[in-house]
Design a protein around this ligand. Structure first.
Ligand SMILES: CC(=O)SCCNC(=O)CCNC(=O)[C@H](O)C(C)(C)COP(=O)(O)OP(=O)(O)OC[C@H]1O[C@@H](n2cnc3c(N)ncnc32)[C@H](O)[C@@H]1OP(=O)(O)O
Ligand SMILES: O=C([O-])CC(=O)C(=O)O
Length: 370
């Protein structure tokens, strides 16, 4: 038995949710470019869960359900109030999502209907939790979710307590569409491994949030912003990047395990970053990002991934840096839950083998002889 480091190139599941074929990403067979341009995030979530786009009444019903379940149990909010000041936002989200299971009497009901409803509840409650966490740490009361508006609208509203501008809602909605699913990425795989033991959907999503947190995966969007802040201005980009590359430091937001000729989502986020820069009258982050891309692609052949331009997009929307990865989770919970449902439909325990490279024929040495 020989191991493939990082399981590169290993096909570990069958799935009909999203595909990456010859660098083209689809959700249920529909090209991401088309969805980014035309679909709302709610339509995409429905598509991922049920395998088809919703008609008007199906979408209206989903909106009603999202409205119905957006309020989070008071004990979960009280729990967030007890988190230490300065708590890591993804650790907080992971903890709060795990605690949701304690207050859902159906958490261990494994019927398809119950799990589909739990997917909707998780989708509805994640934005409420992230916004509540962000307000509570600033000493403010959480804002109750609004009925009849999109998830993008509701999240920005709950975060600030003010009606968001249409342009901000549209940009966030498109970002949510672009992040919703991505085949067997690390967090989705973590979710599938967890529920393949027939554990519940809350366990699966908690595992996924833990995996998304790392900077080689979803945590890269926050790390990109840290880098942009460290660089500070366009004139310092060249020396910073040259120095980083010379020292073999990884440039966050570049490279991808599957895409070698570029991530098809990045161009949409780049365009959004440019448009928001123009609208806000501040092109600095966009211009710095373009310069970084020229240098990293020019010198290493590495292309930006979904996380690179999302940092300048979210900053233009005045979202704090440490909420970037939680926003990724707000979107990706749609994909995670679709994969969890798919795993349950045709389940087998996921249990690979390890190529053992440790000592053999070792003996137990009594403690006094060591
Ligand atoms: C939503 C997402 O999860 S998208 C990915 C988000 N993550 C990031 O942006 C973090 C930065 N990127 C990376 O760390 C990697 O490109 C990953 C983790 C995305 C993919 O990793 P892998 O497929 O395992 O590639 P690996 O890390 O082995 O890199 C292969 C080579 O390219 C180099 N490389 C890869 N990414 C980068 C980068 N961002 N900057 C500089 N060099 C890089 C590696 O140093 C390595 O070089 P070497 O062969 O000389 O040692
Ligand atoms: O697929 C991956 O490895 C990472 C990624 O781009 C995502 O999860 O969106």
């Amino acid at each position: 038995m020989t191991a493939t480091k990082g399981l590169e190139g290993i096909v570990a599941a069958t799935s009909s949710i999203s595909s990456i074929i010859d660098g083209v990403l689809t959700y249920r067979g529909i090209n991401i470019d088309e969805l980014a341009e035309h679909a709302s995030f709610e339509e995409v979530a429905y598509l991922l869960w049920y395998g088809k786009l919703p008609n008007r009444s199906e979408l209206a019903k989903l909106q009603e359900q999202l409205d119905e379940y957006a309020d989070v149990h008071a004990s979960v909010i009280e729990g967030i109030k007890l988190y230490p000041k300065g708590a890591n936002s993804m650790a907080a989200l992971r903890t709060a999502i795990s605690s949701l299971a304690l207050y859902d009497e159906s958490s261990n009901d494994m019927s398809l209907e119950a799990n589909q409803l739990k997917a909707i509840k998780l989708q509805a409650q994640l934005p409420t939790i992230v916004a509540a966490f962000a307000r509570i740490r600033e000493g403010k009361e959480p804002v109750a979710p609004k009925k009849g508006v999109s998830i993008a609208h509701n999240f920005l509203y709950m975060l600030t307590g003010e009606e968001p501008a249409d342009v901000a809602v549209k940009a966030l909605d498109q970002a949510l569409v672009l992040h919703a699913d991505h085949e067997l990425n690390a967090s989705t795989f973590a979710a599938r491994v967890t529920v393949a033991t027939l554990s519940d959907i809350y366990s699966g999503v908690t595992s996924a949030i833990g995996a998304l947190k790392g900077p080689l995966h979803g945590g890269a969007n926050e790390a990109v912003m840290v880098m942009l802040e460290e660089i500070g201005s366009s004139d310092k980009v060249e020396s910073y990047i040259n120095n980083a590359l010379a020292n073999k430091v990884k440039i966050m937001g570049f490279g991808h395990r599957v895409y070698k000729n570029g991530d098809p989502r990045a161009k949409h986020l780049q365009k959004m970053s440019q448009e928001l820069g123009k609208l806000t009258g501040n092109m600095e982050l966009y211009e710095m990002s373009v310069k970084i891309e020229e240098l990293v692609t020019g010198q290493k052949g590495l292309k930006p991934n979904v996380d690179f331009y999302s940092a300048s997009v979210y900053t233009a929307l005045r979202i704090p840096r440490d909420l970037f990865t939680p926003i990724f989770a707000i979107s990706r919970v749609s994909g995670w839950s679709a994969h969890i449902l798919e795993q349950y439909q045709d389940n087998r325990l996921i249990r690979p083998r390890a190529d053992y490279v440790g000592p053999v024929s070792a003996r137990y040495i009594p403690i006094d002889e060591r």
